[in-house]
Design a protein around this ligand. Structure first.
Ligand SMILES: [Mg+2]
Length: 249
């Protein structure tokens, strides 16, 4: 975890004090639950989309200043934070009267796997684990992102035995009901599962429910400095989780 920023060419070094040792390995678990945005993929796309592209479009359409549009968008989003509505692409398309699907396609170049994602998935698929992508992304966003990522990593979807959108389970990952429904439907033993995610609220919900392990990603957006996520094991890049196993010999 030391000097994690170097690999993206940062001019500054981000040095973490080495007082935070990993308490578990993904190899200790049977099921590996991986978040998408900010964990497998760079959150830069989402941050740019919601913080810039959407307010810009609202400002143009309603003849507002950017600041006014930002206030409108952010307060609307804030009122739904942590709920399934926050992730509901169709709801926000209606609410802001924008074609968000068309808008997201204009910046598809920003949809990229994070550094370390491919190496980690290649390694993980050799470990005889159940690997599940569990995301809060709305199915429309999920489908779009998978189609973009497939052009960069053709094997991406094949690394997962299942790809789940919380929208299909009727609860966001911040809610215990999501974890209950996921474990029930996929016959997952919660204690035998580990979650890797960048959202501390989601990690806390998984822990409260009884998911056996949690690992936080501390640099979800490659354009922002890493920030330690307190109370959880932290990594910057997924390939930091690669450890030697009996299968490597
Ligand atoms: Mg995330």
């Amino acid at each position: 975890m030391l000097l994690s920023g170097i690999r993206l060419g940062y001019t500054e070094f981000y040095v973490f004090t080495d007082d935070h040792r990993m308490t578990c390995s993904v190899l200790d678990f049977d099921t590996i639950l991986l978040d998408m945005d900010g964990t497998l993929l760079d959150l830069y796309f989402d941050d740019q989309f919601w913080n810039k592209r959407v307010p810009d479009a609202v400002a143009r359409q309603r003849d507002m200043t950017i600041d006014e549009a930002r206030n409108l968008v952010f307060s609307a989003l804030e009122s739904a934070q942590g709920t399934l509505l926050w992730y509901d692409f169709e709801h926000w398309s209606e609410q802001f009267n924008l074609n968000l699907d068309a808008l997201q396609r204009t910046q598809s170049k920003l949809i990229r796997p994070r550094v370390g994602t491919e190496n980690f998935l290649k390694w993980l698929c050799k470990q005889d684990k159940q690997v599940i992508l569990a995301t809060n992304a709305h199915p429309k966003v999920l489908t779009f992102k998978l189609s973009v990522i497939e052009q960069q990593l053709p094997a991406f979807e094949h690394y997962f035995s299942k790809i789940v959108s919380s929208s299909d389970l009727g609860h966001p990952k911040e809610a215990a009901d999501f974890w209950h429904a996921l474990c029930h439907q996929l016959q997952i033993g919660p204690q035998r599962a580990i979650l890797v995610d960048d959202n501390p609220h989601v990690l806390a919900a998984a822990r409260r429910y009884g998911i056996g392990g949690q690992i936080a990603i501390n640099q979800p957006n490659s354009h922002l400095a890493p920030q330690i996520v307190p109370n959880f094991d932290n990594v910057c890049f997924l390939d930091e989780l690669i450890t030697e196993s009996i299968h490597d010999h």
